[in-house]
Ligand binder design. Structure first.
Ligand code: ADP
Ligand code: MG
Ligand code: ZN
Length: 624
């Protein structure tokens, strides 16, 4: 490319030289007229913009000032810029100077004038294309789908690679069976589902499952991510959809997989201020294709999303993604299976108890667990161990739960003390309250960006329901850290912000959504979009009166205030224990479950709560 540019520049240079040969003398028009009148002009060619000709050049004169007397020497060529001078022709005739008209610019100039910009443009374009890499190449073949085609052996994933989501697998078995032998179903006239939507939180293995389905069914797998459709040019996404379905139908039976469907499938017109024609066109095309293809041919569309609630309802209608498979967070057994699966890839010491790891990781999804195993392997390598031990697995969990430990961050002794009491407060309140989940670990080693310490509680088994008493206890535990600070230092700190936020949110939900306030009763107010998975905070327009709003505030505030008092009273009643825990933390930085049991067992007076602090339901009777 630079060669071409050099060539062009060279050409230009030569051309320039050619046309402006030095023997041609530029003359001002006035000088030309003067020379004409003096009979020094021999002949001229009149062009549109220039007049060229030959004249008789006087001796050593400056070229723009012709001398009065004609000490003529030799003829020379001149050029002058043409001025609007209607009398010129008359003068020429009168003086009998031969003149001709002339078309400006020879063929060469014309060609160059045309060609040069074109060459330059093309050069620049391809230069830019190279810079931008694939992006610009997309321009030249846009519309062609970038769907990657995997034949069955290429997905290389089978159901054995997906663990802990047995229900989803069971539902997908039917799809696999259909893809293997479509005639078995169609012979009976049954309608095969066209679209199956995998719904679940991020990292639960939806993408993995889709690939496993293709692998199990031994069919080609066409996959595109929702964001691939949404391109910079209107119409490209739609063209891709068309192309994708065409390819799939040509190779049926096949699976078309659209990952992150929400990127294209967002409800249309959700934001009137920001119309997205491209996305809408793509979505419309997708709907049209789904209606258009014949399911008996054996193409099944799988899609995955973690935000089903924002999908356009049209996508979920019969004949489209009418079947939904929930890929939920794994339970204890599921977590164990996922851990076992991923642990196969690394070297573990024999004393590893994956059951304990599974028990420590409620709420984690498949990708988190895969991450735990991988992180543990990396840690073991860093510590120069021959195999991964329980220590690395524990640290890996801590890292993933709360960000990597920051042993290097030095905390001022005063801060450390405060954090110790804060965490001891959480832990003690949790241990005192009958329904709170048992404390698994308390640490004042800073984790991640914000957490200065944390108290991990662990449910004995996975929880699906909470009673009002349990929620109130939970709020009390959240407020325990702040209560301890207030009790010991007569002062509170910014460290409790996150706790307060969580406690307030929970209290508010109890009032507005869970029907757990006396004043508002079972009437629920919050109509949140049913996000099963993400804390999707779109405040619905307020559909209740100002009086109700005030009541909500009052009630929620009441709950938090009461539980704060309660935490304070609980800690007051066991201040000695609080001191013990905090001092232990200051020395050892960590208390694990068994140590905590020992510490608490060695202390008398622990274990009974003042009867007025047992709160089963919230009512306005104040705790004093
Ligand atoms: P999603 O698409 O639901 O966000 P992925 O399928 O992309 O999740 O999962 C990411 C990775 O996490 C997978 O490649 C796999 O290593 C691991 N993983 C997730 N879920 C599981 C599972 N159920 N069994 C085994 N591995 C899993
Ligand atoms: Mg995915
Ligand atoms: Zn706290």
């Amino acid at each position: 490319m630079p060669l071409l540019i050099l060539l062009v520049i060279g050409l230009l240079f030569v051309g320039q030289k050619w046309f402006s040969s030095p023997s041609v003398q530029p003359l001002p028009y006035s000088a030309f007229k003067a020379a004409l009148r003096q009979g020094q002009i021999q002949k001229i060619q009149i062009g549109k913009a220039r007049i060229r000709g030959t004249h008789l050049i006087p001796g050593e004169q400056a070229p723009d000032r012709l001398p009065d007397d004609a000490g003529l020497k030799r003829p020379g060529r001149f050029v002058t810029i043409r001025v609007d001078d209607p009398g010129l022709v008359h003068e020429l005739e009168a003086l009998q100077v031969p003149y001709t008209g002339q078309r400006e610019g020879g063929w060469f100039t014309t060609l160059l004038g045309w060609l040069l910009p074109v060459i330059l443009m093309v050069g620049l374009w391809s230069l830019m294309a190279r810079r931008m890499g694939g992006a610009a190449r997309g321009l030249t073949n846009f519309g062609k789908s970038r769907a990657r085609i995997y034949a069955e052996q290429e997905t290389g994933v089978s159901f054995a690679d997906v663990a802990g989501v047995d229900e989803a697998k069971a539902e997908l078995l039917e799809i696999i069976d259909f893809l293997r032998q479509p005639q078995k179903y169609t012979a009976l006239g049954g309608r095969i589902p066209k679209g199956v939507l995998l719904v679940g939180p991020p990292g639960t293995g939806k993408t993995l499952l889709a690939r496993a389905v293709a692998g199990e069914a031994c069919v080609p797998f066409f996959s595109l991510s929702g964001s691939d459709f949404v391109e910079m040019f209107v119409g490209v996404g739609a063209a891709r959809v068309r192309d994708l379905f065409k390819q799939a139908q040509d190779r049926a039976p096949a699976i078309v997989f659209i990952d992150e469907l929400d990127a294209v499938g967002k409800a249309r017109g959700i934001n009137p201020m920001q119309p997205n024609d491209e996305r809408e066109q793509t979505l419309n095309q997708l709907l049209a294709e789904m209606d258009g293809f014949d399911p008996r041919k054996g193409v099944i569309v799988l899609a995955a999303t973690n935000r089903p609630e924002i999908l356009d309802p049209a996508l979920l209608r019969a004949g489209r993604f009418d079947r939904q498979v929930v890929v939920d967070r794994p339970d204890l057994q599921g977590r164990l299976h996922i851990l076992q699966l991923h642990a196969k890839a690394i070297r573990l010491t024999s004393e590893i108890d994956l059951n304990a790891i599974a028990a420590r990781t409620p709420g984690m999804v498949g990708s988190d667990l895969a991450n735990v195993i991988n992180e543990a392997a990396l840690l073991a390598a860093r510590y120069g161990k021959a195999a991964v031990t329980m220590d690395e697995l524990d640290e890996a969990i801590d890292r993933i739960l709360a960000g990597p430990q920051k042993k290097s961050r030095v905390m001022a002794p005063k801060e450390k003390q405060r954090v110790a009491y804060h965490e001891a407060g959480h832990a003690l309140v949790a241990e005192m309250l009958p329904t709170a989940d048992p404390v698994r670990k308390v640490t004042i080693i800073p984790h991640g960006v914000a957490a200065l310490g944390y108290t991990q509680q662990l449910p004995a088994q996975d929880r699906y329901l909470y009673t009002q008493e349990e929620l109130l206890d939970r709020i009390t535990v959240l407020l325990g850290g702040r209560a301890a600070e207030a009790l010991i230092f007569q002062d509170i700190s910014t460290g409790a912000q996150d706790d307060l936020q969580k406690a307030s949110d929970l209290a508010r939900r109890m009032v507005t959504a869970l029907g757990m306030s006396e004043q508002l009763g079972p009437y629920t107010i919050e109509h949140e979009p049913q996000s099963m998975f993400l804390p999707h905070r779109t405040r619905a327009p307020q559909t209740y009166s100002e009086a109700t709003a005030q009541a909500i505030d009052r009630e929620a505030q009441g709950i938090v205030e009461h539980m704060a008092r309660r935490a304070h009273r609980l800690l007051e009643a066991s201040q000695g224990t609080l001191e013990t825990l905090a001092q232990y933390l200051l020395v050892h930085e960590v208390i694990d479950q068994s140590t905590l049991a020992l510490l608490l067992a060695g202390l008398c007076g622990h274990g009974h709560i003042p009867s007025d602090l047992v709160v089963r339901r919230f009512n306005a009777a104040p705790i004093t």
